[in-house]
Every structure is written in C-alpha cells, then in structure tokens.
Design a protein around this ligand. Structure first.
Ligand SMILES: [Zn+2]
Length: 96
C-alpha cells in the first residue's frame, strides 16, 4: 500500500475525504492530517475549557494557582484532544 505521505507501508491505513478523491494515510501521517488535528484542537479548546472550569474553577476564581495546576490543566486539555483523535481514526480506519 502507498501512503499519501509518500511512502510504502504494510500497517493500518486510514481514509480521509479530500474532494472527489479521498486520501489514504498511514497512522503516523493520519495523526498529523491537518483537518483531523484542527478538529481535535478545536474540541480540546472547548471541552478542555469547560472541564477546567468545572474541576479548577473555584481555585482559579479565588486567585489561587497551586503548582499542581501546571500539569493538571494541560492534562485536562489533552484528554478531549486524544478522544477526538481516537474517534476520527476509528471511523477512518480502512477495514480490509
Ligand atoms: Zn505515511
């Protein structure tokens, strides 16, 4: 098989709509497929902000910023990014 990233591969392939001709990419190139990454980023910004407000809103509103939030907040944003990416890969996987 040939990845749209320009190399031969024997692993799993993912198909993405691209006008009249869909493109097929390997996992490595699928993870950086611009529409997939942009959608995951948008989801992370919206859902991550809501989750941060729910989980840390009382602390942030009181003006307190404990050092533990330095890793908790990025982790909170990374979860919806990963879920969105995983879901997009699941529906794009080519079953052979
Ligand atoms: Zn590739």
């Amino acid at each position: 098989m040939r990845c749209a990233g320009g190399h031969a591969t024997h692993g799993r392939m993912f198909r993405f709509a691209a006008g009249a001709h869909p493109v097929e990419k390997c996992l490595r190139h699928a993870l950086v497929h611009p529409p997939l990454a942009k959608n995951a980023l948008r989801t992370a910004l919206v859902v991550g902000t809501v989750l941060t407000a729910i989980n840390q809103g009382n602390l942030l509103a009181s003006g307190v910023f404990p050092a533990v939030l330095i890793w908790k907040i990025p982790l909170t944003y990374s979860v919806p990014y990963m879920v969105s990416t995983w879901a997009a890969l699941r529906i794009s996987l080519i079953k052979r």
